[in-house]
Design a binder for this molecule. Structure first.
Ligand code: C5P
Length: 207
């Protein structure tokens, strides 16, 4: 069974995908981490003309089984860098095989990202497309960061999320749209448990 979970930044898709993987006993891949690792690797090239070539080289050289410092990878700044390398077609191409192979695990898999249901696993058994209001997403991400001891500027965070959404939605190579056969799940008013119950109900109904 392959479950594809797509959605915008801080929509709760990662938490949902983790919960679904645990519930159904499947391996889980957070594909955003791959783009984040590439973004982090080329952070110093950010404003240089070498940025694109460096990002492609980093994506090709990436050992996706060894992504490194999870705290640095999951920061809001790394998210912005990730969305900048994610618009480069050759970066996406370089990360494609690892994701496809992960999905071909004989027991199945849960993958979350932006283009799982449209590009990586168009034949997934169940596709979920998660949405949530931008303010709710900002607040969730702020609390997550605060739990780790970070001081959060909510105004800056809101704009970072909006900027990332815009870049992801306009990304011509991104495949970030709701697949025709995807189930839309709006988590704006749901807490983690309620969202997971709703996702499990969709999966059980579909299988
Ligand atoms: O999911 P997460 O917020 O960690 O992803 C970071 C960035 O990586 C996204 O904003 C997006 O630009 C990119 N991404 C992507 N395709 C995916 C997963 C992430 O383009 N499947």
């Amino acid at each position: 069974m392959i479950i594809a979970v797509d959605g915008p930044a801080a929509s709760g898709k990662g938490t949902l995908a983790t919960g679904l993987a645990r519930h159904y006993g499947l391996p889980h891949l957070d594909t955003g981490l791959l783009y984040r690792a590439v973004g982090l690797a080329v952070a110093t090239y950010m404003d240089s003309t070498m940025f694109e070539a460096a990002a492609i080289a980093a994506a090709r050289a990436l050992d996706a089984t060894q992504l490194g410092d999870i705290e640095a990878l999951t920061s809001a700044e790394t998210g912005v860098l990730a969305s900048k390398v994610a618009v480069i077609a050759d970066v996406r191409k370089a990360l494609f095989d690892f994701q496809r192979q992960f999905a071909q695990n004989p027991v199945g898999a849960v993958l979350d990202g932006r283009d799982i249901g449209t590009v990586i696993c168009p034949d997934a058994d169940v596709k979920l497309f998660i949405r949530a209001d931008s303010k709710a997403r900002m607040e969730r991400r702020a609390r997550q960061l605060e739990k780790r001891g970070a001081v959060v500027d909510r105004y800056a965070l809101y704009h970072q999320i909006e900027e990332r959404d815009a870049r992801d939605m306009l990304n011509p190579h991104g495949g970030f749209y709701q697949a025709q056969d995807a189930h839309l799940l709006d988590t704006t008013l749901l807490d983690i448990e309620a969202a997971l119950r709703a996702a499990i109900a969709i999966v059980d109904r579909t299988m």
